[in-house]
Design a protein around this ligand. Structure first.
Ligand code: NAD
Length: 355
């Protein structure tokens, strides 16, 4: 297959970790007979420096003309004092909106080799865990009607949670299809004992379930889910939930895995084109030191192969190589706890050696 990949390296460690992922993608292309054409575009602070805007029009056009987009990270102290509309982070919302991405996929996997980095008790995570959170990204309370008004007790502020059947159905379909590709268990998380929007959410999920008989659907209230994630995270396969619940639960789940440098993410819309990025930021404190962990970005590239290009075997190959380097004891500084560690490039080399 031939695929065009837009590269948004961004700031801080962004260029280092995207370069690592590109090396891995090139190795996969060579092994499986694909051609990946990479085109870099500016985003974030480097785009502000070069063009005056965090998300230049040329970058948006380049992303929309590509088959998929790989992003490093944006931001840093140099741009922290700029006004809101000129902040590097503004570009993230801008590119997600321009690409009409309504789904956020965030896997949280605890590798048995890294069980010691998990804040949970050893017996709870003895076998690791591997779950996927499917979060609705463009609806709900973050986008609902809001305002200030005079109420019964004087000044008050309000935000509203509103979900249409269409929005629930389209995220639900992504979640059921994701579960079909994994362990075939889907847990829909809501607050249906209190919220009207959650009752519609639950109703629509159950209607959809009849179209996916191979997937076992269960419901869980969000307060219980927050508890179950720390009580027994291995019980989950795929979780689907609203924008705000997903925001909170995915951060909780990511902390259970030990290192922020390990976790990839994907944002998807109604086409196969997606935006793939590590969940961490630009880590300005370690930029240029060649010690950043490239794994989150390499696994983001693997997600691109799986979800945008339908290359499941190639994606599995990358995941296996990462598993093997961790089992072999390879560690970047963030996972080494002061013991000798590998540079970004050495870690990438170790993964390449196993592909
Ligand atoms: P951060 O994720 O950049 O860093 C938090 C801590 O984790 C730092 O100590 C950092 O060194 C470490 N870390 C992060 N990624 C790592 C990796 N791959 N390997 C090893 N260590 C890693 O968060 P922050 O410090 O709060 O933010 C720094 C900048 O990044 C800010 O400008 C922020 O706005 C921006 N940011 C961008 C994104 C994004 O681009 N999606 C997300 C979050 C934060």
């Amino acid at each position: 297959m031939e695929k065009k990949i837009a590269l948004l390296k961004g700031d801080g460690i962004g260029p280092e970790i995207v370069d690592s992922a590109v090396r891995v993608l090139e190795a996969v292309a060579a092994k499986y007979g694909h051609t990946f054409e990479f085109t870099p575009h500016l985003i974030g602070g480097c785009a502000i420096d070069a063009t005056g805007a965090p998300l230049p029009e040329e970058t948006v056009k380049g992303c929309l003309a590509s088959d998929s987009v790989l992003l490093g990270a944006v931001g840093g102290p140099k741009w922290d004092t700029l006004p809101g509309h000129l902040r590097p982070e503004k570009a993230l919302l801008g590119i997600r909106a321009a690409m009409e991405l309504f789904t956020n996929l965030r896997p949280a996997k605890l590798y048995p080799a890294l069980a010691g980095d998990c804040p949970l008790r050893a017996d709870i995570v003895a076998n690791g865990f591997d779950l996927m959170i499917v979060r609705e990204l463009t609806g709900g309370i973050y986008f609902g009607e809001r305002g200030m008004r005079e109420g019964k007790y004087g000044e008050e502020a309000y935000d509203t949670e509103c979900y249409s059947r269409m929005e629930i159905e389209r995220i639900g379909r992504v979640a059921f299809e994701t579960a079909q590709k994994r362990g075939k268990h889907l847990c829909s998380i809501d607050k249906a004992n209190v919220l009207e929007s959650s009752r519609l959410w639950r109703k629509v999920m159950h209607e959809l379930a009849t179209e996916y008989p191979d997937v076992e659907l269960s419901d869980m209230l969000v307060d219980n889910a927050a508890m179950q994630l720390v009580r027994n995270p291995a019980q989950f396969d795929v979780i689907v939930t609203s924008n705000m619940f997903g925001d909170i639960l995915s951060d909780e789940a990511s902390q259970l895995t030990g290192s922020i440098g390990m976790l990839p993410s994907a944002s998807l819309g109604s086409t196969s084109r997606g935006l793939y990025e590590p969940i961490h930021g630009s880590a300005p404190d370690i930029a240029g030191k060649h010690i950043a962990n490239p794994v989150a970005t390499i696994l983001s590239a693997a997600m691109m192969l799986r979800y945008s290009f339908g290359m499941a075997a190639e994606a599995d190959d990358i995941v296996r190589a990462v598993d093997e380097v961790l089992e072999a004891g390879c560690r970047t500084a963030d996972l080494a706890h002061g013991a000798p560690s590998m540079s970004t490039e050495e870690m990438t080399d170790a993964i390449l050696a196993r592909l």
